[in-house]
Design a protein around this ligand. Sequence first.
Ligand code: ZN
Length: 92
Amino acid sequence: MARRKDPFTCPKCGTRVKEPVKTWTLVSPMPDKYGRITVTAMGSFTCPNCGYSWRGVVKKLKTGGEEQAEEPVEKRPGQVIEIDLSELDDID
Ligand SMILES: [Zn+2]
């Protein structure tokens, strides 16, 4: 059993299952170094051929943080808004 795991394929007889009977998600309690949370979609499968039931990871995805950027984006300079407080004091 050294083959790559395919959650949609029956581990007993090799029948390809179209979709899981039931799915649910597991959310990682700890964000990664980019502040993203890993959400794992699990599936419960039942083989229509031999009746074997198993569970597998349907897919994993990461949410939050920067989806595209792998490196942190530098903050741009020149966005500091200065307010002259002395002007506010003159308002009656
Ligand atoms: Zn089967």
